[in-house]
Design a protein around this ligand. Structure first.
Ligand SMILES: NC(=O)c1ccc[n+]([C@@H]2O[C@H](COP(=O)([O-])OP(=O)(O)OC[C@H]3O[C@@H](n4cnc5c(N)ncnc54)[C@H](O)[C@@H]3O)[C@@H](O)[C@H]2O)c1
Length: 250
């Protein structure tokens, strides 16, 4: 129980890495607030936590909507009275992305609105409560696409680069308040969204020589979320933790 009595918000907690994070943080004793815009998967994540004896609430939320993000923070405070951990998880590349000369500007603004503004709003409204509670841990999601250039993902790369800058800026801004801000840069992680792009191929068929230790599972990213959420990382802030199976060292 590394997070006993802690209160954690996980955005996009209904699916993929967010769902794995919800279940892992709850198993470690955190009271988890599942922020998700899909009512069905949000309710399923809530049910999974309750079935395993954990404590959670589900607050339907679109992270790109400022009013809904304020309501998420208000709901968290009225349910649990504090915020210790914020996992700003929502985001992801889309098949509509592409080279800058042909990708739509709508796709650029979608990535800025969902991946960047969503994380911005989470920080903006959670931080005052973290300060009031004596500190906290914010975990943002970037990607290997912020480190290496990847063809066909120009809009996504810009958004994930901004997340790294946001992380460092806020780590410096709020270090004296006991708030740690870090981000995780996963390589290819086998969420349902990623698997859906692979057609009928099984995960075991998706061998990829650039991922030296194999492709990554959402649970393996949740392990890093737990590390950053817990006191095990008490002197780690402003960092990008790369969990990429060796992709970016080659
Ligand atoms: N899966 C990967 O290979 C990979 C690699 C690098 C980085 N990442 C990053 O990890 C994070 C999670 O990715 P994932 O693959 O688990 O994504 P996912 O698509 O599997 O899950 C995202 C969840 O967020 C929800 N969601 C989407 N938009 C939302 C919104 N506006 N408001 C609230 N909820 C919303 C979805 O319904 C879903 O439950 C993203 O930030 C992504 O960029 C993922």
């Amino acid at each position: 129980m590394r997070l006993k009595d802690k209160v954690a918000i996980v955005t996009g907690g209904g699916g993929g890495i967010g769902r794995a994070s919800v279940e892992r943080l709850a198993r470690e004793g955190a009271k988890v607030v599942i922020a998700e815009y899909d009512a069905e998967t949000g309710a399923a994540a809530l049910e999974a936590v309750r079935q395993s004896g954990g404590e959670a609430i589900f607050v339907p939320t679109d992270v790109s909507n400022e009013t809904q993000m304020q309501a998420l923070i208000d709901a968290t405070i009225s349910a649990y009275g504090r915020i210790d951990i914020l996992h700003n998880n929502v985001g992801g590349s889309t098949l509509n992305d592409g080279p800058i000369t042909t990708v739509s500007n709508d796709e650029f603004w979608l990535k800025m609105r969902v991946d960047v503004f969503g994380a911005w709003l989470g920080c903006r409204y959670a931080i005052p409560h973290m300060i009031a509670g004596g500190g906290g841990s914010i975990i943002n999601m970037t990607s290997v696409n912020a480190i290496i250039g990847v063809k066909g993902r120009n809009a996504y790369a810009v958004a994930k680069g901004a997340i790294v800058s946001l992380t460092r800026a806020l780590a410096v801004q709020y270090g004296e308040d006991g708030i740690r801000v870090n981000c995780i840069a996963p390589g290819r992680t086998l969420t349902d969204r990623v698997l859906a792009r692979q057609g009928n191929r099984k995960p075991t068929d998706l061998k990829d020589s650039s991922h030296l230790l194999g492709l990554i599972t959402p649970d393996e990213i949740a392990s890093t979320v737990l590390y950053l959420a817990s006191e095990d990382s008490s002197k780690t802030t402003g960092q990008m933790i790369v969990v990429d199976s060796g992709l970016t060292i080659q």
